[in-house]
Write a protein that binds this ligand. Sequence first.
Ligand code: CAA
Length: 401
Amino acid sequence: MYIIKDLYLHSIYYRKNNKKTMDFSLTEEHIMIRDAARDFAQTELLPGVIERDNTQTFPKELVRKMGDLGFMGIMVDPKYGGSGMDAISYVLIMEELSKIDASASVMVSVNNSLVCYGLEAFGTEEQKQKYLTKVATGEQIGAFCLSEPEAGSDATSQKTTAIDKGDHYVINGTKNWITNGGRADVYLVIAQTDKEKGHKGINAFIVEKGTPGFDIGPKEDKLGIRGSDTHTLQFNDVKVPKENRIGEDGFGFKFAMKTLSGGRIGIASQALGIAAGAYELALKYSKERKAFGTEICNHQAIAFKLADMHTEIEAARMLVMKAAWDKDQGNNYDMSSAMAKLYASKVAMEQTVEAVQIHGGNGFVKEYHVERLMRDAKITQIYEGTSEIQKIVISRGVIRD
Ligand code: CAA
């Protein structure tokens, strides 16, 4: 009793001082942003989504429209061409786009969390003026190049080298699994400048498309997110001016880690959207499809699946929102973003399988969309740190704290 009274007095104190205690509601602004993204996804992304998945294409026109709506630089300061929104808005937009087209949302996620954030948080004023102002508006697209054939999860083992030549660096090596690899204009490339120094001998560079020696390999033929282009990139004696290095000498690995922490909020919200999109389709289908004389949602076998799906997705949403809230509050979000990605991607994989199951044979054909969502879900457990990497981040945090 005593403790409850204390807590109550605390809550009065907080309310009097206009401090929010616990509030799960969205602001009116958030609802408007979410509805705008939902409307765009329904009217612009839905019509060609099966075709784009079949042909592994994504028209420039649609990217431009996402830029016009402010989706390519959601959290960037308006003085650099961004929308100046918070991380909660980012999650809401990502969820709505991902419900319909996870290929569109990964372009948005990489451009926002890895490229825009990387440039805004750690770039020089000149780098921001030259590059951020273009990628934040969607006039140009960005790519983040960390993974290599022999350095995926083990990101400190970079084989790509950048040799200091005084006023410029010379980059040699191969990057793979690069999202936006073919379509990007601005590439943030992580490379080793001094092998002896381990992770402290790694740097990040801005490389422009068309720089001599920088070649883009063929597009990967993928299981999911087929509308987004993924390429291997080749660097053969690529000259990059010194002013294109991001941060102090040796900052590249920390740059990648800090940037990926925010990227994981983007991918977690993508996973959430994929799961929620599949659930909404399954719920609708179960209310229309009849078997044994009634709509299938009236059979407990289906009703319990819907109950589990709803619960799991809501739990994932809480973790994703918590990570975004941490970012907005200026809290450290390394662990909360890892937990959000780990859990939301698991929910996406499991619940898209259930959505296909609820659809029966119809779930196995493209027209019903759930098979695509199931294929799209898998990558969320792999990119921007596999689920196993998220467990490394979380377990280290748990043990350290
Ligand atoms: N913020 C700041 N610094 C960090 C950090 C963070 N989040 N995480 C680690 N560091 C620092 C450490 O403090 C340490 O610095 P000090 O020595 O000065 O203390 C340094 O970085 C090295 O850290 P670790 O010893 O923890 O490094 P590790 O070799 O054990 O690796 C890891 C840690 C978490 C496993 C990391 O390698 C990792 O995240 N791997 C996965 C990489 C990844 O996500 N790849 C995805 C590719 S990008 C992609 O998919 C983009 C796309 O196109 C969709």
